[in-house]
Design a protein around this ligand. Sequence first.
Ligand code: B1M
Length: 217
Amino acid sequence: MSEQLEQILDEIYDAVLDGDANATTEFVHRAIEMGAPVDVVLNEGLIAPMKEVGRLYEEGEYFVPEMLISARAMKMGLAILRPLLAETDTPAIGKVLLGTVKGDIHDIGKNLVGMMLEGAGFEVIDIGVDVAPEKFVEAIQTHQPDILGLSALLTTTMRQMSVTIQTLMEAGVRDKVRIIVGGAPITDKFAEQIGADGYAADAGKAVSLASALLGVA
Ligand code: B1M
């Protein structure tokens, strides 16, 4: 990697960490113009500082407002990458319904999963955050997706994944979809325990998992 590119990635990292949305936008544009690989800008420029934001929050150096403005800056950067991540002309290989579970408003990871799935040729229907189990049932009936993707970032809301699956079973729609789960506190073991069809640790793995579940890998 050229020194110039490393420098611009550092600038993006710092801009997200500082919650400076204007600088994030400017440096992401500049990195792309310089020919930086999109995945490098994403991982080193935008995702890495969010990990640091989490660490600073744990240490008591950052509070919710700082997390929020960093998240906003990161989203501005993501919006620039979105068309590049989602570049595809191929017909949809499957339909994915995506949402963050009830009680949880974290959506950056979910949005990223959605973008990567779109980029891989899936049609994505994102029903947002804080989605109640009944809403997932309704959306499955309306959109008839092949896959349901559930995201949770809090240890307190990961249990909602299990509640959601139970609700789908009671409504008789569980067997109409494959269910994939993800988010920082989720593990393979947890996915198995709650009766999901698979767990993905990151957006790239969510794409491989969704493809494998539909036999298009
Ligand atoms: Co929150 N927050 N937050 N937060 N926040 C965490 C998650 C936390 C770990 C911070 C910390 O303490 N270190 C902590 C949770 C602790 C715990 O549960 N054990 C926490 C807390 C405590 C809270 C509040 C309770 C704080 C408070 O109010 N006191 C509160 C809860 C609000 C709620 O949801 N009810 C809260 C609020 C917020 C903000 C609103 C300020 C903001 C979210 C803004 C937004 O999303 N629009 C926020 C942020 C930004 C974070 C951190 C700093 C960053 C999350 C993020 O966007 N990461 C986070 C710390 C951290 O994660 N290290 C933290 C970047 C993103 C790309 O990664 O989301 O992990 P991630 O997604 C990855 C994978 O997990 C995976 O792929 C993604 C891409 O690779 N993945 C999937 C995610 N979903 C998937 C679905 C899949 C497959 C893969 O299939 C369907």
